[in-house]
Write a protein of this length. Structure first.
Length: 460
C-alpha cells in the first residue's frame, strides 16, 4: 500500500484518486475550493460520472480515501504526488500552465524528503523539465525528487472502466527510482497484462497530444465524408462500417455526427498546433481537423434551417433548397452534453447549435437527462423541458444532438402526434430510416438519405 496525494479534484483527479484508493492505497485528494472538499467528504461528487459516487463512498467508508484543503500536509504525508489540475486553452490556444506552476511551487515548499511527482494533467512537451525547475526554485533546501509523466486516457462516461482496464499505461521518467515508484502504483493492473510503455518524459507528454489529435482527425474526416455522401447520394453509415472492417483503420471514432466537443479534443488539438508553431512545424492536418469540426456544427445548423423551411416533399441533403427561416419557429433540442453519460457541456456542439437557433429568432425548448443545470447558465433564452416529450410538444422541428440511450427508445408515434410538424434533424444518426418513414416523419440525418413520408404517401 502506498500513500498517494492527488492535487486537484476535477474530473481526472477525482476519478484517479477514487480508483487508486480502490486498489488498496491510502489516497488523499486535495483542492483549494473548500466547498468542494466539504461536499466530497460527505460523498457528494460535483459532476456526473457513472459509478463514481458509489466508488467514492465505498473508499471513504473503508478509510482509504480522504479529502483535504492543505497541500502542505498532503505533500508531507505522501510518497507519490499526482498533479491533476486544469490546463485550459490560453488566448492563443496554448495550454495555460498557471495552475500547474502554482502546485509545483507549493510542492517544492512543502517537501520533507524524496517524492515522485507525477504530471497527470495534459501538458505540452517540455513541461516536465519546467515543473522540476519550479520545484527546485521553491525548495527551502535541496531535496531529491523525480518528475514523471503519466498521461490519462479517460473517456467521460466510462472513466472508471477506462482506468481499471486501460489499453495501456504510459510512464515517462528520467530515473529508475521515479519509474519504479509510479509502476508500483499500477501493480494491480499487471495481473490484467496491461501494456506498460516506459519512455522519457518528453515522449510521454507527446503521446497524449498525438493520440487525441489523431482521434479528433478521424472524427473530422468521417464528417467530411458524410457531407460528401449527402451531395452524391451515398450512405455514410455503410461507408464507415466498411472502412472500420479494415484492421489498419478500425471502426472506432468513425461515426458521423455533429463533431467532437468536451474538455479534451478541442483544447488538445489547439495546444498541439501551438506546440508545433513554437517548434517551427506547421501542424497542417491538425489545423484542418479543427476547421472541419467547426464547419460540422455549421452544417447541422444549415440542415436545421433547410428542414425548418423545406416544404413537404423537398429533399435537402444535396442543398438544392434554400435555407428556410427559423424565426418564430419552435425548435426542440434533445441533448446538451457533448456526449452521453456525462453532464459536461464544455464546447458541446449542442450549445453552438442552440446559440445559432436563438440568433435566428427560433424559440428553443431543450432537454438533457443530466446536463441542464450547467446549460441554464449559458442559455438563458431557452425553455428547459421536463422530458423529451415535453420538449417536443408543439415543435415545428426537433434536433437530436446527444445520443443518450433514452432518446434511442422514444415512442415515435407519440412524438409525431405531439409535434406541430413531424420534422427531425438527427445530428447523431440514431434512428433507422425505415422506422422514421413508418411513423410519418420528415427525417434528415448526416450523410444518409432523407426520409419524407408525406411525399411517399404518409405512414405505412
Amino acid at each position: 500500500m502506498k500513500k498517494i496525494g492527488i492535487v486537484g479534484t476535477g474530473y481526472v483527479g477525482l476519478v484517479t484518486g477514487a480508483c487508486l484508493a480502490d486498489f488498496g492505497n491510502q489516497v488523499v485528494c486535495v483542492d483549494v475550493v473548500e466547498e468542494k472538499i466539504r461536499l466530497l467528504r460527505q460523498g457528494k461528487v460535483p459532476f456526473f460520472e457513472p459509478g463514481l459516487e458509489e466508488l467514492v463512498a465505498r473508499n471513504l467508508s473503508r478509510n482509504r480515501l480522504s479529502f483535504s484543503t492543505s497541500l502542505a500536509e498532503t505533500v508531507a504525508g505522501c510518497e507519490v504526488l499526482f498533479i491533476a489540475v486544469g490546463t485550459p486553452s490560453g488566448t492563443e490556444g496554448e495550454a495555460d500552465l498557471r495552475q500547474v506552476e502554482e502546485v509545483a511551487r507549493g510542492i517544492g515548499r512543502a517537501m520533507n524528503g524524496y517524492k515522485a511527482i507525477v504530471t497527470k494533467s495534459t501538458v505540452p512537451t517540455g513541461t516536465g523539465a519546467q515543473v522540476a525547475k519550479w520545484i527546485r526554485e521553491a525548495q527551502p533546501k535541496p531535496t531529491e525528487f523525480d518528475v514523471v509523466s503519466n498521461p490519462e486516457f479517460l473517456r467521460e462516461g466510462s472513466a472508471i472502466e477506462d482506468f481499471m482496464r486501460p489499453d495501456r499505461i504510459i510512464i515517462g521518467a528520467s530515473s529508475e527510482r521515479g519509474r519504479d515508484a509510479v509502476a508500483e502504483v499500477y501493480k494491480p493492473l499487471f495481473l490484467l497484462e496491461t501494456p506498460i510503455v516506459h519512455t522519457d518524459v518528453p515522449t510521454a507528454e507527446m503521446i497524449k497530444y498525438a493520440s487525441n489529435a489523431f482521434l479528433a482527425t478521424k472524427i473530422s474526416f468521417v464528417n467530411e465524408i458524410a457531407q460528401l455522401c449527402d451531395r452524391v447520394g451515398a450512405d455514410v453509415a455503410t461507408v464507415s462500417k466498411a472502412m472500420g472492417l479494415d484492421k489498419r483503420i478500425g471502426g472506432k471514432f468513425l461515426h458521423a455526427g455533429a463533431g467532437y466537443g468536451g474538455s479534451c479534443f478541442p483544447k488538445d488539438t489547439l495546444a498541439l498546433v501551438g506546440i508545433g508553431e513554437r517548434a517551427g512545424v506547421e501542424m497542417r492536418i491538425v489545423k484542418a481537423a479543427i476547421e472541419a469540426n467547426r464547419r460540422q456544427r455549421d452544417y447541422v445548423v444549415e440542415k436545421a434551417r433547410r428542414a425548418g423551411g423545406a416544404p413537404a416533399g423537398g429533399a435537402i441533403a444535396g442543398g438544392s433548397l434554400a435555407a428556410g427561416s427559423l424565426a418564430g419557429k419552435s425548435v426542440a433540442v434533445l441533448g446538451l452534453a457533448f456526449k452521453p453519460s456525462t453532464d459536461d457541456i464544455r464546447d458541446a456542439p449542442a450549445i453552438t447549435v442552440i446559440e445559432a437557433l436563438l440568433a435566428d429568432g427560433a424559440k428553443v425548448r431543450a432537454f438533457d437527462p443530466v446536463a441542464m443545470d450547467g446549460a441554464r447558465k449559458l442559455l438563458p433564452g431557452v425553455h428547459f423541458a421536463t422530458d423529451a416529450y415535453d420538449a417536443a410538444s408543439g415543435a415545428d422541428l426537433l434536433i437530436l444532438m446527444t445520443e443518450w440511450n433514452e432518446f434511442r427508445e422514444l415512442d415515435l408515434p407519440r412524438l409525431a402526434k405531439l409535434m406541430r410538424s413531424a420534422v427531425v434533424v438527427d445530428a447523431r444518426n440514431v434512428y433507422p430510416l425505415d422506422r422514421m418513414r413508418e411513423h410519418g416523419f420528415r427525417y434528415y440525418s448526416i450523410g444518409r438519405r432523407d426520409v419524407d413520408a408525406s411525399a411517399e404517401g404518409g405512414p405505412k
